[in-house]
Design a protein around this ligand. Structure first.
Ligand SMILES: Nc1ncnc2c1ncn2[C@@H]1O[C@H](COP(=O)(O)OP(=O)(O)OP(=O)(O)O)[C@@H](O)[C@H]1O
Ligand SMILES: [Mg+2]
Length: 379
């Protein structure tokens, strides 16, 4: 039921109106989704979250939660956060130090006027859900950081908010705990009826948790799509570069269209034929490097093919090895499964394989098509 709709949401903090923290944002968040707001520092993630929650007033636009318009700049509607049926979890999730875990969770329910029995049942349910049953009588100072975090989550979820807002809630935790809490948040989402809206600048966190990623840059929505779509079909160069680690290879190319979906590419001292799924009609022809070929590291095959390079560095991480090659002055990153080691400066053949290569128009940055390439040097 509580679908969240943002229509033409704009936020300007300075009166002069020069800079939009968020600009003309349109988004539909379906019920029970797990949305991550992702993007570099200052791109407008927190501002967006706070506007949906009612903690920040948009300059323009309309926000609907469920059947209720909670904000509309045209009619002056602005429903307070307390009446939006939502919960918060922020980076600094201060628990009350003088209260036990049980009291920390029950406090908010008492304020809502719940009966004693109902509160006891709900607190016990939350303690079980977050696997902190044995800590009910302890004080926050007697818990580890991760346990405290779980108490904070339990406290936020206890009143069963329709929408749960989280702003980088795991950023105070160490890497291992963060990974554990990620798993638990995902399981938690599956076992509650709440919609989750989660802010992070960590692309891996955003990708692994979300049903939809809202990728922003400079106050502008770049792409709103399921994580794997953003990964496989990034809408532009920014999305392609921001998501994925190691980063996608970007190879400057001179492209000339040879058909609706095909183009001749001159790149890295070779000539290729690109054949794509989508038309390349928006390609701006003429200038020397008018296109960019995007190649995920997993599509760079080593020790096979017609392209030649030398090993620049090999970084074995155990499960996989990142191999960087230098070819025609260009650094190419490849990922190989397993631990392999290459000596620096070893010559290697390589190849761009598969049908997941991306063709970008350089001037607009737009991805025009996904497809494959064939070397046609002597054709
Ligand atoms: N209260 C404020 N007054 C003036 N400008 C603000 C205010 N809050 C945010 N901004 C500006 O709005 C823009 C977006 O800020 P926001 O906090 O939403 O970024 P963010 O994406 O959450 O970044 P981070 O990852 O660093 O938390 C920034 O340019 C910021 O400086
Ligand atoms: Mg922020």
């Amino acid at each position: 039921m509580p679908k969240i709709i943002l229509e033409h949401i704009t936020k300007r903090f300075d009166k002069s109106g020069a800079h939009n923290a968020v600009q003309d944002l349109n988004m539909v968040i379906e019920d029970r989704e797990f949305i991550t707001l992702l993007g570099p520092s200052g791109c407008g993630k927190t501002t967006t979250l706070r506007m949906i929650a009612g903690l920040e007033t948009p300059t323009e636009g309309r926000i609907t939660i469920g059947d209720t318009v909670v904000f509309d700049s045209a009619t002056g509607v602005n429903i307070s956060p307390a009446k939006r049926d939502i919960g918060f979890l922020f980076q600094n999730y201060a628990l009350w130090p003088h209260m036990t875990v049980y009291q920390n969770i029950s406090f908010g329910l008492e304020n809502l006027g719940w009966t004693k029995d109902r509160i006891r049942d709900r607190v016990e349910e939350m303690l079980t859900l977050l696997q902190i049953e044995t800590f009910g009588k302890r004080y926050p100072s007697e818990l580890s950081g991760g346990q405290q975090q779980r108490v904070a989550i339990a406290r936020t979820l206890a009143p069963a908010p329709k929408v749960l807002f989280m702003d980088e809630p795991l950023s105070n935790l160490d890497a291992k705990l963060r990974l554990e809490m990620r798993t638990e948040l995902k399981r938690l989402h599956a076992s509650t009826d709440s919609t989750f809206v989660y802010v992070t600048h960590d692309q891996l966190e955003a990708m692994t948790l979300a049903t939809h990623v809202c990728l922003m840059n400079n106050g502008l929505l770049q792409q709103f799509a399921p994580p794997l779509r953003v990964y496989n079909d990034p809408i532009n160069l920014f999305a392609a570069e921001f998501v994925g680690s190691p980063t996608m290879n970007f190879i400057p190319a001179f492209a000339e269209r040879t058909g609706m979906n095909t183009a001749k590419l001159t790149a890295m001292g070779h000539t290729f034929l690109f054949e794509g799924d989508d038309p390349l009609i928006d390609l701006q022809e003429g200038s020397k490097d008018n296109a960019v070929l995007g190649v995920r590291p997993e599509f760079v095959q080593l020790e096979e093919g017609d392209l030649r390079g030398v090993v620049y560095a090999a970084l074995p991480a155990g499960m996989e090895t990142t191999v960087q090659l230098k070819a025609e002055g260009q650094l190419i990153t490849s990922v190989k499964f397993g631990g392999v080691d290459y000596t620096v400066n070893t010559p290697l053949y390589f190849n761009f394989v598969g049908s997941g290569l991306l063709f970008f128009d350089k001037a607009s940055g737009k991805k025009l098509s996904k497809g494959s390439i064939k070397l046609v040097d002597n054709a």
